[in-house]
Design a protein around this ligand. Structure first.
Ligand SMILES: *Cc1c(COP(=O)(O)O)cnc(C)c1O
Length: 284
């Protein structure tokens, strides 16, 4: 859907919103595309339980819990940080628990080693055999599931902008995007590691680099779930200007606001030649 914004029009840039937040009525945004193939794999392997990992504010844990409830699979969420165990659950974890997810808190040192048998085996012993989905849900099946997003956008855009946490969505999207369209991923975490991660994910999913993509590491606003006054002001203003296109919803702040803010900043820097159609993916 195209939205008119004079701040972009000034630079000859047209903005399209890909409303991927509508991909599934009950699952947040792109998580549906990533979870769907894993749920199928779990069922095909005869598992009745999905075990996965995330931080205390993880959309992925929240989405896995919802998907498990919808499909009748048991879910176990391994949460980073055992200092959280004694405290009241935040909204995100409370929502996951309400969807039936069993929460297991791991101290940070153990969490870092979560894929090692020494940490994983006792978890599987405790909760029973399970289909294990990595943190953020970005395994090869999930990445291949996101290629569909690129195919859906198809020739409608010249550049596709998407927010990146683990980079799985970008890795798949870029692979599915028909040339000459290119993808730009906006890292919402600091650290500058994301391009390497996307390359690794594409290697695991497709056997090598696919599509035309790059990562922008300048727009994380201080790090995951951090913000700046300028970013907040931008998000409030964008939601007010484009209320109709967003159907009255606010912009999701952890990911989507950063991606859109980056598009406007890049346009201001002259990163897009006049006439460029930029599609921003509203992932959640
Ligand atoms: C998880 C998430 C992302 C990032 O997806 P990755 O595949 O981890 O990069 C982007 N937007 C929203 C709304 C999300 O929940």
């Amino acid at each position: 859907m195209e939205v008119a914004d004079e701040r972009l029009a000034r630079h000859g840039v047209r903005l399209l919103l890909k409303r991927d937040d509508l991909a599934h009525p009950l699952l947040p945004g792109n998580k549906f595309r990533k979870l769907n193939p894993n749920l199928a794999a779990a069922v095909a392997a005869g598992h009745d339980t999905l075990l996965t990992f995330g931080g205390a504010y993880s959309n992925h844990l929240r989405a896995t819990a919802a998907a498990g409830r919808l499909l009748g699979l048991r879910t176990v969420g391994v949460v980073r940080g055992d200092e959280l165990a004694g405290r009241p659950l935040n909204d995100s974890l409370a929502g996951a628990a309400a969807d039936g997810m069993r929460l297991h808190f791991l101290d940070r040192a153990a969490y870092r080693r979560k894929t090692e048998p020494g940490v994983l085996a006792p978890l599987l012993e405790r909760y029973g055999p399970a289909h294990v989905v990595p943190e953020g849900g970005s395994d090869p099946a999930a990445v291949r599931g996101c290629a569909e997003l690129g195919r859906e956008i198809g020739a409608a855009a010249d550049v596709v902008a998407v927010a990146c946490g683990t980079g799985g969505t970008l890795a798949g999207l870029a692979a599915g995007l028909p040339p000459p369209a290119r993808a730009v991923g906006i890292a919402v975490l600091r650290g500058g590691f994301l391009a390497g991660e996307v390359l690794r994910l594409q290697g695991d999913a497709f056997g090598g680099r696919r599509g035309d993509w790059r990562v922008e590491d300048r727009f994380h606003g201080g790090g995951f779930a951090r913000t700046t006054p300028a970013l907040d002001a931008f998000a409030d203003d964008f939601a007010a200007r484009h209320r109709e296109a967003l159907e009255g919803r606010d912009l999701e702040r952890v990911y989507v606001a950063k991606a859109l803010h980056a598009v406007f900043r890049l346009a201001g820097e002259g990163a897009f030649t006049p006439g460029t159609r930029v599609a921003a993916v509203i992932t959640g």
